[in-house]
Ligand binder design. Sequence first.
Ligand SMILES: NC(=O)C1=CN([C@@H]2O[C@H](COP(=O)(O)OP(=O)(O)OC[C@H]3O[C@@H](n4cnc5c(N)ncnc54)[C@H](O)[C@@H]3O)[C@@H](O)[C@H]2O)C=CC1
Ligand SMILES: O=C(CO)COP(=O)(O)O
Length: 332
Amino acid sequence: MRAAVLGTGAWGTTFATVLADAGCDVALWGRSAAVCEEIATTHRNEAYLPGIDLPATMTASTDPATVLAGADLVAIAIPSQSVRATLAPMRPLVPAHAVAVSLMKGVELSTDQRMSQVVAEVLGLPVDRVAVVSGPNLAREIAERQPTATVVASTSPETAQLVARACASATFRPYTNDDVVGVELCGAVKNIIAVAVGIAQGRGLRYNTMATIITRGLVEITRLGLALGADAETFPGLAGMGDLMATCASPASRNHSLGVHLGQGMTLDEAIAATGGTAEGVKTSRSVLELARSVGVEMPITEAVVAVLHEGLPVDELAPLLLGRPHKAERT
Ligand SMILES: NC(=O)C1=CN([C@@H]2O[C@H](COP(=O)(O)OP(=O)(O)OC[C@H]3O[C@@H](n4cnc5c(N)ncnc54)[C@H](O)[C@@H]3O)[C@@H](O)[C@H]2O)C=CC1
Ligand SMILES: O=C(CO)COP(=O)(O)O
């Protein structure tokens, strides 16, 4: 199978490696000529995956026509808010039979659309030719070939199976799921919860607080997902609890580290600069809150994160804000 991967950041480069390990013929597209040249000639991407040797068979180019020619599978790993503008000019270059795979974990700010919706719309593909890959998938660990599982979601079982076969290897195990809405919302909202956990840790709070935020975070992800038509069984799975645990526990998570920096007293701009890479939770927090309000769902942690990130709430007021809410039964 011929695969094109758009985006030479941490996840695009890593997922390209996963596909190559699984036997695909892989070409990467990136906007940086220097990064593409480095991948193609030295088989390294030092800016995003320092010290990792990439498969020598993988090619990379800034020319989308070269990368997309003959692709059976087109995987996209670009910051969510840039996907629409980046993909639009590529639409005529995507082969008519290709399947698209969204690797993003965000929600578009201007439209509140999930990434698979944006990809299908911009590339003019029916939704059953679009899949989503999401799970506890910290890029560097996967690039190091540490054992990892993921979820491949599509409304079409054939598309999900095709993508699962394309990426399955001895160290990367995909499970298929037909709940695209649930899988995508889990991936996007866990970033916001990880920012909250990071803020708490940056203030010196420890494991009880972390477990509380993760657990109540899962409650609010589930509530939003169910209101938007997701399947309840997705949330305790790899894309839900699995990814929430990995992202909230790992210092390698950009969303988590951004939260820690904020908790330690940095401004948002300072925290973004200190974190580096793409912390999707910053912008997605606003879209998710809008989505939640549109369906009348309460998301207190998301609301508190939006207040800290975008409305000037001091980090010290986050815990009192959440703990001061009216008491209620756990299962409501
Ligand atoms: N890094 C990780 O462990 C994982 C990341 N993801 C998701 O994958 C997506 C991409 O993240 P990463 O690769 O980690 O980000 P990154 O920050 O490592 O790389 C982003 C890439 O996108 C490019 N880029 C940035 N703005 C662009 C634009 N306007 N047009 C075209 N290209 C642009 C950058 O040059 C870079 O190559 C995000 O939605 C993230 O949530 C999902 C699973 C794991
Ligand atoms: O999605 C991820 C792990 O599954 C990566 O998390 P960060 O984007 O916070 O680094």
